[in-house]
Design a protein around this ligand. Sequence first.
Ligand code: MG
Length: 455
Amino acid sequence: MAAAPQRLFGTNGVRFVPGVSHDLDFVIALSEAIGTYFGSGELIVGRDGRLSSPALANAAMSGLLSSGRDVADGGLVPTPALEFAAKTMGFAGGVMVTASHNPPQYNGLKVSGSDGVEVARLDEQRIEKIFSDKSQTRADWKSIGTSRSEPSVVRNYLNAIVSRVNRKLISERRFTVVMDMGNGAQSVAAPYLVESLGCKVMTINSVVDGEFPGRGPEPTPQTVGDLASAVKSMGADLGVAYDGDGDRSIFCDETGRVLWGDQSGCLLADYVLERHPDASIVTSVSSTQAIETVAKRHGSKVIRTKVGSVEISRTILERQAVFGFEENGGCIYRPHVAVRDGGMTTALMLECLAARGMALSKALSFSVPTYYQAKSKLPVDGRKVGAVMKAVEKQAGSGADRLDGVKVRTGEQSWVLVRPSGTEPIVRIYAESNSQEDADRLVKKFARIVRSASA
Ligand code: MG
C-alpha cells in the first residue's frame, strides 16, 4: 500500500518559514496542485503585509498559471476581503498568502472555494495527494493561464459590509473609535470602513510592516495595552485591534478594559439572535460556557465544533447557522460571508452599541454572564505530544469530551481543555470558572501535568 500523502495543511492552511522549512519551488509546486484541484475557472490571489508575501504571491500565481488556471492578482488585502472576492466576484476560488498571527518569519497559503470559505479537510487532502503524487497538470504553451490585476477587492469588501449594517443608526451616535492595526493587512481597509460609518477614527500601528514592530501580529489582552491607554486618554467609545491578516478582532471598552474574544463573541451573538431568533450559533469546544446562557435566552441552540475557523465556517454553512465565533476574537456573520472577518465584526459591534444605546461595558454586563478564563501554551516536542495527551486523559477520566483534545468539566461552572496546536509545536491549555483564582489554578494544575509528561 502506498504511504499516505504528507500533511501540509494545518488548522488554517499551509504554514512554514520561507527559506527554512520550504522555499519558493515548494510554493510553485503546491500552487500547481491547487490549480489542478480546481480544474477550471479563474482564481484570485491576495497577500498580507509580510516581508516574504510578495515573493510567495508571485510564486503562487506562477504555479496556478502553470497548471492552466487564469489568475487575478488582488494585491495586499485582508484575508476576509480576499475571501469575500472569491465568493462574490465570479472566481472559482482564492489563494491567500498569509501566516495570520504567526511570528514575522512565518508565511503560508490559505485556499478558499467559490463560497469564500477555506476548502474542507477532504479537499485539502486531495490537494496534498496531487502534490505528493506529482500528478499536477502542467499546461502546454497554448493552455497556460493568463494573469491580470484586480484592484477592486477592498472597495467591494467595504461597500458590502456597509450595506449589511444600519449606517444611519451608527453615524448618529458619532462614536470615537481607536483602532490598533498591528501593522497588519486591515490597515488598508478597516479604518476607512469605520470612518464611512460616521465615526471619528484614531489609528495606532497603522503602517503595514512585515516585521510587526508595533505589538506583534497577534492581538491578545496582554499585547494591546497601548490601545487600552489610547481609548482612555482619548475618551473614546471603543477600541479594536486586529491580527496580521485582519480576520480576528479584539475589542476594548470605554474604560480601557480589553475583552476576551469570547465576551465580544457572546455579545454579538446575543445581538444577532435578537434579529434571527431561530438561528443556531456555532463555536468550538474551546470557547465560553456563557454562550449557552445567551442562546437559551433566545430559544436558540449552540453547535460545538473542533477548534479551527474552517470547522466553524463549514458547520455554519451545513447547519444554516447565522453567527459563529472563536475565543481568539474571530467572528463569522454568514449573511456577509461565512468566514472570520475583523471588518464585518467591527461594523456589527458598532451597530450593536448604537442599537442598545449603551456603552460597551454596560452592553456586555447586560448580555453576557461573567466567567473567568485562563490560558497557557507550552512548547512540546512533536514526538512527545502523544505521551502528553495520554497523561492528560488519565487525569481527565472517562467523562471527558474528546471532540478535540481533551475537555473535562471540573465543576458545575468550570472546565479545562488541553489540546495540541495544529500550527505550532505547542500544547494549549484553556480553563474557565466562576473565579479567576480557580481558572488560574486549573491551568497551573494541567500545565504541571503537560510539563512532566513532556520532560
Ligand atoms: Mg488571522
